[in-house]
Design a protein around this ligand. Sequence first.
Ligand code: SAM
Length: 293
Amino acid sequence: MKKAKPFLKWAGGKTQLLEEISLKIPYKKNDRFIYVEPFVGSGAVLFWVLNHYPNLESVVINDINEDLINTYKVIKENCDFLVSILEKWEGEYHAIAGKQEVKKEYYHAKRSLFNTRKSDKVTQTALFIFLNKTCYNGLYRVNKKNKFNVPIGSYKKPMICDRENLKAVSHVLQKVEILNGDFEKTVDYAKEESFFYFDPPYKPLSKTSNFNSYAKDEFNDIEQIRLKEFCDSLNSMGCKWMLSNSDVKGENPEDNFFDDLFEKYQINRVMARRSINANSSKRGLLTELLIAN
Ligand SMILES: C[S@@+](CC[C@H](N)C(=O)[O-])C[C@H]1O[C@@H](n2cnc3c(N)ncnc32)[C@H](O)[C@@H]1O
């Protein structure tokens, strides 16, 4: 079977940083440990871990986004039915590829249906994946009423159903426990043999670069501090953890927000490439933080 990889486009996806992150995970290939990812998003690190460590004791993922977590659960439990819906819609969408107005209508009908949130779970998941593959840049953005409001993207014939990957994802998710809520919920899985990887919404580098609206609620500085306090409690329980965030000091040398907050831990700066950056002169030259205890 093919190796599972992320099945969504997701802002902050970690595929480009995987090498740096994987080098810093403090376990060897055959080690046994509990892997916990409280902000799973599209799961780039999750799938790497699942493919790389054959002896994991257990795996727990969480995210506050209910539509996203419903999608993980449906792929785990009802993959074949999901694939059949997506294949049908993919055929319909490709058949109208040259007719922009018809395509737009089709997209808007799916978006409205998604926003009613009244479909059965499998259809709701198919709608979520369809919108992710056909909307502008694969963005996920909702308004205050939790209505998805991203316009149609410009892809001609996007792949909507990657059947082989969905099957591979479903297969590896069989050993994963899937939670939906605030990151603190994962405290129940803090054991000495646990390893937590946190990839929270990044602190914006500037007031204009706010790409962290994944959900209705904002992840502001108070939340970043609450997360650090959560890391402190894990530390005192003897668990290992690692956390990614933006390097605000790289943008403004006087900004010591993370250096001060995490001063008693190891702060590594790693090179990162970001496609979403309004300032093209800075594209490709960013560092990010990888902090660990
Ligand atoms: C930077 S993304 C994670 C990216 C992910 N590592 C990937 O590879 O796609 C941050 C995630 O945190 C979730 N989130 C935001 N606030 C949260 C909270 N309080 N508790 C748990 N998850 C939260 C968002 O829904 C989003 O999926």
